[in-house]
Ligand binder design. Structure first.
Ligand code: ADP
Length: 597
């Protein structure tokens, strides 16, 4: 028997799943009505069997009367009950599936919504492939099992109750004997249920692992091939796949062995039944053939429903394991929700200010230490410094992807932690190093930050980003589909589309992470021009890698090990002969642009 704690957890999970049925109460009721009707009509047909058989075969004193009764009453009534059973059976099956689909549909939406709401810090620690598996695999498992559990479980229960009633009505002693043997079957049922839940959880985890691996390998196929790592990846995949096989076989073994056990018990029941019937008919003679057939047919009809309980418990455990993983995601609270009374901010009017900002990803490992600076409206501030110094982290605090542990980031004097996220982000544009383009048309990719933008606006943005020309040369112009991650476009072209996207959104504040990867000279020039358009008179915080950007910046902050170590204009910083001058010598000299200081 499952222990009480396990029972409690299962029950709680089950109740939580049932919550999802709440909006469909009328349909749930209708499904129940169908089930009850189906159970009653089935039992009625079973009970009628006695009268049909006895009416047809038992010798009586009034054969004509008996025959008339059979033809006029017994058979039509049985037929009507059979029709009712068919209709209600259809109804319950259909509604069952409908409700199962609805529950997982809601769950899928909820998980997806939750993913979108979760803070960046969550995604740092998870593999996206595994997260995607929550919505695909786990929810699918739930869907398959839910139809079986919520529906078939209840249905089987009703059937068992009403069929047992027929058995008791026919011969209570015999019914008792039949039913005493069945509980013997319950022990293995629970035992296997627990085992299946355990192995199923492990199996789903491995499947998610496989998923993630395929995802990552395919996304990085270029690197895999370039480094000749095909064999390495193959072995890695094969290993996980092998583990999955053995895990799946463990579960299959449990599934496979549970049925024979239940079947053996059923055989015992059947033999006991026939023995007892024979004894009573031979020695006591108070039993008709109709009684025997009716009892036997009822027992046989009952058997699959009892057997269903076996699959049900296993299925329930399987589903609950999946539900647990789904709920686990839904239960992650979002620390980035707007605080009570959070205010809407407007476009930046005066300045964006960092005040003694301290930030750490991992407790005890500060990444930003006591950062204070101000960007006035319209200023361009460049962040430079050794890699790993904290520049990207600092930039991520502006759209509040993360929350500083102490200190403040102020938007026109308003602490970002008291600002409505949506309003803040509507005023901030971001162009990252890695240009993320979606599998959609070029036009939709540009319009990403401003859905519903007119074509004229989209084209104007593309023109400003020096992208119009090459877009027009693609097969379907603005309607050309971009392959996954934009493989059909060159690096420079993708960057310009991303810049056009930002220009179209037209945010007052721009966060820019210049790409480090070298483009060919011509692409570089186009991208450079596009970036200049984008910055325009916008307030810009740029993680700079290009000398031209740095030269144009109103101020340069040199970030090293989480601190601002130097700041000022390009020439003044060079004259200081400090870290900036050193970096400049190492980093920017190699750049294509001539260094003329
Ligand atoms: P930069 O942009 O100057 O190269 P980053 O801001 O990317 O520097 O990184 C600063 C430090 O923070 C690095 O030591 C890096 O390992 C760490 N870091 C960056 N992102 C994360 C993260 N998501 N979780 C934990 N540590 C991180």
């Amino acid at each position: 028997m499952p222990d009480s704690k396990e029972f409690k957890t299962s029950f709680k999970l089950y109740l939580r799943l049932l919550e999802y049925l709440r909006p469909y109460r009328p349909r749930v009721t209708l499904a129940l009505v169908c089930m009850i009707l189906s159970a009653l009509s089935t039992s009625y047909v079973m009970a009628q069997l006695k009268y049909i058989i006895d009416g047809a075969f038992l010798k009586t004193d009034d054969p004509t009367g008996t025959f008339h009764h059979l033809i006029l009453w017994t058979l039509p009534l049985t037929f009507a009950a059979a029709v009712l059973k068919a209709l209600s059976g259809y109804g319950q099956e259909y509604l069952n599936r409908y409700l199962g689909q609805r529950v997982v549909q809601t769950l899928r939406n909820n998980i997806y919504d939750h993913f979108l709401k979760l803070p960046m810090s969550f995604f740092n620690t998870q593999r996206t492939g595994i997260l995607a598996a929550r919505i695909t695999n786990d929810v699918q498992v739930l869907q398959d099992s839910l139809v079986n559990i919520v529906g078939q479980g209840t249905y089987s229960l009703l059937m068992v109750v009403s069929l047992v009633a027929v058995l008791v009505y026919r011969d209570w002693q015999l019914a008792l004997l039949t039913l005493v043997v069945f509980p013997l079957g319950l022990y293995p049922i629970f035992r296997y249920g627990r085992r299946i839940r355990h192995t199923s959880g492990e199996g789903q985890r491995l499947l998610a692992d496989l998923n993630a691996q395929v995802h990552e390998t395919l996304a990085g196929i270029r690197v895999v091939k370039a480094f000749g790592m095909e064999n390495h990846e193959r072995h890695k995949f094969k290993k996980t796949n092998d583990e999955f096989f053995y895990q799946a076989m463990k579960m299959n073994q449990a599934f496979a062995s549970s049925s024979p056990i239940v079947e053996s018990i059923a055989t015992i029941v059947l033999l006991v039944l026939i023995g007892w019937m024979g004894y009573r008919s031979l020695f006591l003679s108070n039993l008709t053939v109709g009684d025997f057939i009716s009892f036997l047919a009822t027992t046989l009809t009952l058997y699959p429903f009892l057997k269903n309980f076996n699959g049900l418990w296993a299925g329930l455990q399987h589903a609950l394991a999946a539900a647990e993983r789904c709920f686990h995601i839904l239960d992650i609270e979002d620390p980035m929700v707007d605080v009570k009374g959070a205010i809407e901010v407007g476009p930046l009017k005066k300045s964006l200010q960092f005040k003694n900002v301290q930030f750490e990803y991992v407790h005890g490992h500060p990444i930003l230490k006591n950062i204070s600076f101000e960007i006035k409206k319209g200023e361009v501030v460049a962040l430079v410094g050794p890699s790993g110094g904290g520049k990207s982290t600092l930039a991520d605090l502006v759209p509040r992807f993360y929350q500083p542990q102490s200190g403040q980031v102020l938007w026109d004097g308003e602490d970002l932690s008291h600002v409505k996220l949506a309003s803040l982000r509507s005023h901030v544009g971001i162009v990252t190093q890695e240009t993320i383009l979606f599998h959609d048309t070029i036009a939709s990719n540009i319009a990403y930050g401003r859905p519903g933008a007119s074509f004229a606006d989209i084209q104007a943005a593309a023109k400003a980003a020096y992208a119009d020309e090459f877009i027009k040369n693609t097969p379907q112009g603005y309607n050309t589909l971009i392959g996954e991650r934009g493989v059909k476009l060159s690096g420079g072209q993708r960057q310009r589309i991303a810049i056009a996207r930002a220009i179209l959104k037209n945010p007052p504040v721009m966060i820019l992470d210049e790409a480090t990867s070298a483009l060919d000279t011509q692409s570089e020039q186009w991208v450079q021009k596009a970036l200049e358009q984008l910055m325009g008179h916008r307030t810009t915080l740029v993680i700079a890698h290009r000398l031209s950007t740095i030269r144009k910046a109103d101020r340069i902050l040199v970030i090293d090990k989480g601190r601002i170590v130097e700041q000022g204009k390009h020439s003044a910083l060079l004259a200081k002969k400090g870290l900036y001058a050193k970096l400049h010598k190492m980093q920017f000299k190699t750049h294509r642009e001539p260094v003329e200081e």
